[in-house]
Design a protein around this ligand. Structure first.
Ligand code: ATP
Ligand code: MG
Length: 391
């Protein structure tokens, strides 16, 4: 018997004529991600992808596959000949390896024939294999339960072989990265924006990043954090860019010339407009932020509207309606949480007024910006921006 990972990709299978394109993208991603895990053979047959199992790299391969956009679920299966005698011997062996043998257990067999020419029907295989397992167990310990089994032994019958496994692990789902176009994420060092970037990647987008930095007042600590976060995200998507835009002069101008209560919304309006220009350079199709309705005082619907209006580009907010616990759970899964909670101030917290605006009116924001040379401030910031490539 040889061990194989079965990779299922439900949603790609729905893509009709584009199916081969999506499959190849996923195949390429799997190969790229597994080079660091002994570069196991990856093959594409029977509407599935198969990855050779190597016990030395098993855990690492498992972790990578579970976080690879485009994969619906995975199973570690044993591949063997598909005649009934072999199915009985191997099936029992695999079942016994998972069941202690001295505790009562409910079980079932689930058979699927990918090859309909196989001489027995799926139910017949299940019944015969189930009976064999019962015969070989101590009296009365095992019972069959189709609806609520503790152990579900799956048998897939293919043309030249069978695959047997017990566990189906749900993976990230979504679509392979790069099949959905490019977007530009406003990445801060917080918990939310890396998760927002990941959500877009999970739906097939390639994500570039832009970070606004107040180096004058806060030093380089925040940049270091954002760089590490974007590097972690590059682990999933490969080559991407991080553009750091100096933001101190803009913040000082806003502090000196505008209403204190408008500061945070005005910061955001500048961020969005600048991000839109950088986005165009990278031929991205929209902006992404980690904003979430009502999570903090600045993220009311009124405030979001007052920043949205400054750009033509669509603004995607994948976390808009999620709860913080959900966001934190994803941050942990993708490995950004620990970095995000490191101490480092974001520029938005500089010159924070006592009573920030929570119901921003567009006219008031526009009237306040008249006190600034918006075009010149933005031009200077863009000219001083620096990009790095991550891979
Ligand atoms: P996060 O955890 O992503 O920082 P947050 O809950 O702290 O989010 P805010 O600080 O209000 O929320 O920021 C809202 C969004 O604005 C962020 O998710 C991010 O997309 C963007 N943003 C905020 N500060 C910056 C920054 N310095 N550079 C780039 N984008 C930023
Ligand atoms: Mg923040």
């Amino acid at each position: 018997m040889t061990g194989m990972w079965i990779i299922r990709y439900a949603e790609i299978a729905l893509k009709g004529g584009n199916r081969a394109f999506f499959e190849h993208a996923l195949l390429r991603d799997i190969k790229r991600r597994l080079t660091g895990c002994g570069a196991p053979a990856v093959t594409r047959t029977h509407g599935r992808l198969w990855v050779a199992d190597d016990p030395r790299h098993r855990e690492q391969v498992r972790r990578e596959l579970l976080l690879l956009p485009g994969i619906q679920s995975i199973s570690l299966a044993q591949k063997c000949a598909n005649d009934m005698q072999t199915l009985k011997t191997r099936g029992l062996e695999i079942f016994r390896a998972a069941w202690s043998g001295d505790e009562p257990a409910r079980f079932r067999i689930t058979t699927r024939r990918a090859d309909k020419r196989y001489p027995m029907r799926s139910e017949e295989v299940s019944r015969e294999l189930g009976a064999h397992i019962l015969q070989n167990a101590p009296d009365g310990l095992l019972s069959v339960s189709l609806g609520d089994p503790e152990l579900n032994l799956h048998v897939e019958i293919h043309g030249e072989f069978a695959a047997i496994y017990l566990v189906v692990e749900p993976a990230a789902g979504g679509l392979p990265i790069g099949t959905g176009g490019k977007v530009m994420c406003l990445l801060s060092g917080g918990i939310d924006s890396p998760v927002a970037a990941w959500q877009m990647m999970r739906r097939g987008c390639k994500v570039h990043h832009v970070f606004f930095e107040n180096r004058t007042f806060l030093g380089r600590g925040a940049f270091d954090k954002v760089e590490r976060l974007s590097q972690r995200l590059a682990h999933f998507q490969g080559k991407s860019t991080l553009t750091a835009v100096p933001f101190s002069d803009i913040q000082v101008a806003i502090r000196d010339k505008c209403e204190p209560r408008n500061r945070v919304v005005l910061y955001r309006r500048f961020m969005y407009r600048i991000a839109e220009r950088i986005m165009r350079r990278h031929r991205c199709l929209g902006l992404v932020t980690g904003e979430n309705i009502g999570q903090v005082a600045s993220q009311t619907l009124e405030n979001l509207r007052a920043v949205d209006i400054t750009v033509e580009a669509p603004v995607y907010r994948p976390l808009l309606c999620m709860d913080k616990v959900q966001i934190i759970e994803i941050a942990r899964q993708i490995g950004t949480f620990e970095t995000s909670i490191e101490e480092a101030q974001d520029c938005c917290s500089v010159f924070l007024p006592k009573h920030p605006e929570t119901r921003a009116r567009i006219e008031n924001m526009e009237a306040d910006e008249v006190h600034l040379d918006v075009a010149a401030l933005e031009q200077q910031a863009i000219e001083a921006a620096e990009s790095i490539t991550l891979s």
